[in-house]
Write a protein of this length. Structure first.
Length: 257
């Protein structure tokens, strides 16, 4: 059940082929009979990654039901959540992202190594970077609710990011979407006015808007919110739910107002 293809081919197992075929019944049969859920040494995807690429909610649920690792990386360092946010044209992206987040996937995971093949930036940035005009408020809201960090800072050079959470260079994809922009502006932990001034991917009007936010002192309540969220790591909504706080404050912590 865990045989792999010969060395001259991609080292996929039977479960990979079943997932690629979209066959839930055969996939479950293989799992019941001991199919391995880890990534083969010489193939880039685990079965969970494969189910995400297939854009199949039922298969993703099945992988997670059988305890697939939500932090397993592709051979180039992408977690399932990073992959789900980066792929273009996923119709079931929101549901898949929510499944992963509810299983405590790290919403701020990223790879130290730049890859031109697989995603390597945090999920929120991969989503902004790769989906152009197909960016939706509900996906961004979900990522931020679960703790995604937002920073209006750029990066230096090609190899090393100055700030792995800096979204500045990808904001041109969302200007014009007022609800998305407002959420990102409000959720930001940092505004780097020097980077904003010199970025060349957004227009003058957008720069002025960002600079106006960057020049304001951050509200104490927002700084407290960021402090609390940073210390909760994964599973943020469930952890906030049990805090001895009024429901209004809990909603504020989750950007759910």
């Amino acid at each position: 059940v865990n045989a792999t293809c010969p060395a001259r081919f991609e080292q996929r197992r039977p479960i990979h082929f079943a997932i690629q075929a979209g066959d839930v019944e055969i996939t479950e049969y293989l799992l019941k009979n001991g199919a391995c859920l880890s990534r083969p040494n010489n193939y880039k995807y685990s079965p969970l990654h494969e189910a995400i690429v297939k854009d199949n909610i039922a298969l993703c649920e099945l992988m997670l039901q059988y305890q697939a690792k939500v932090e397993e990386r592709t051979e180039h360092g992408a977690t399932p959540l990073m992959l789900a946010c980066s792929l273009v044209g996923l119709k079931n992206r929101r549901q898949i992202v929510e499944l992963l987040l509810n299983k405590n996937a790290n919403v701020n995971a990223y790879s130290e190594q730049v890859s031109y093949i697989d995603p390597y930036l945090p999920p929120l940035i991969e989503y902004l970077k790769n989906n152009g005009c197909d960016i939706h408020y509900d996906v961004i809201s979900l990522l931020i609710k679960f703790g995604a960090k937002v920073s209006f800072r750029g990066y230096l050079g090609v190899v090393r990011a100055k700030d792995p959470f800096g979204i500045l260079h990808f904001m041109h994809n969302v200007f014009g979407k007022k609800d998305v922009c407002h959420l990102l502006f409000v959720a930001a932990c940092l505004y780097d006015n020097d980077s904003i001034k010199h970025v060349n991917t957004i227009n003058v009007e957008a720069k002025k808007c960002l600079m106006s936010y960057g020049c304001r002192p951050r509200e104490l309540k927002h700084l407290c919110r960021l402090y609390i969220r940073d210390r909760m790591c994964t599973g943020l909504p469930e952890k906030v739910k049990i805090l001895p706080l009024p429901s209004l404050v809990k909603s504020y912590l989750l950007f759910d107002l």
